[in-house]
Design a protein. Structure first.
Length: 227
């Protein structure tokens, strides 16, 4: 373990990607390429929407398919329920990364109703997983803040939205990346750090979509690991 991460973990302060890894930050912003302005309300009229509603196929089952990548997202964060038009209830805070992973597995098996549909899996699928960092960062809406996400696609999203990802820190398996939809920034912290974060699940994706964590990565029951 590097001394820098060890020190950060002992103080309980996640590192900001902006100060630690500018090259990776550039990749994340590239994933949110500027597109045409959608009908969503942008806080800054000078900034074009980076995730226009037209990029998503909105389903009545509480999912949204991102056309450029082929990824299918839950429109509600876990803990909320899809009402047919919006997300009701309060998003569930998960203070431990392992608890988030276990919850993904429980949802797919039908052992948890945190997705609000009362059935195994969600929307007829039982292969939901925790998104990796690049996938989650692709939802960042550059023209909005708190939350920095398209609320036409993801209604009633948590305003202060630290969300777990499945991506561990390179060469440091004890730390994991998160994405903050409150500020539109990513950071990382120790997996054992007790800091509440939300969870939005994803499934599928096209192999050439550019949203994979890297080659030779596999996903199973919410876990990301080398084969």
């Amino acid at each position: 373990m590097s001394a820098g991460i060890a020190a950060a973990g002992s103080r309980g302060r996640p590192w900001d990607i902006c100060t630690r890894t500018p090259a990776l930050l550039a990749v994340l912003w590239a994933l949110s390429a500027v597109g045409p302005v959608s009908a969503q309300s942008c806080f800054n009229a000078q900034v074009a929407a980076s995730t226009p509603t037209a990029d998503f196929e909105l389903q009545n089952d509480g999912t949204a398919v991102h056309r450029p990548s082929g990824l299918q997202w839950m429109r509600c964060s876990l803990g909320q329920a899809w009402s047919g038009a919006s997300c009701s209830g309060t998003a569930q805070n998960l203070t431990q990364w392992r608890d988030a992973l276990q919850l993904v597995r429980a949802i797919n098996l039908g052992d948890s109703n945190a997705d609000g549909d009362g059935a195994p899996g969600f929307a007829g699928h039982s292969d939901w997983r925790m998104p990796n960092l690049k996938e989650l960062a692709s939802l960042h809406e550059a023209c909005r803040r708190t939350p920095a996400i398209n609320e036409q696609v993801f209604p009633n999203a948590p305003a202060q939205g630290l969300h777990w990802t499945s991506t561990t820190v390179h060469q440091n398996a004890v730390a994991v990346w998160y994405f903050d939809f409150g500020s539109g920034r990513a950071g990382f912290a120790l997996k054992s750090e007790a800091m509440p974060r939300f969870l939005r699940l994803v499934r599928g994706g096209s192999a050439g979509g550019g949203y994979q964590a890297g080659t030779n990565r596999v996903f199973a029951n919410g876990f990301e690991a080398a084969p």
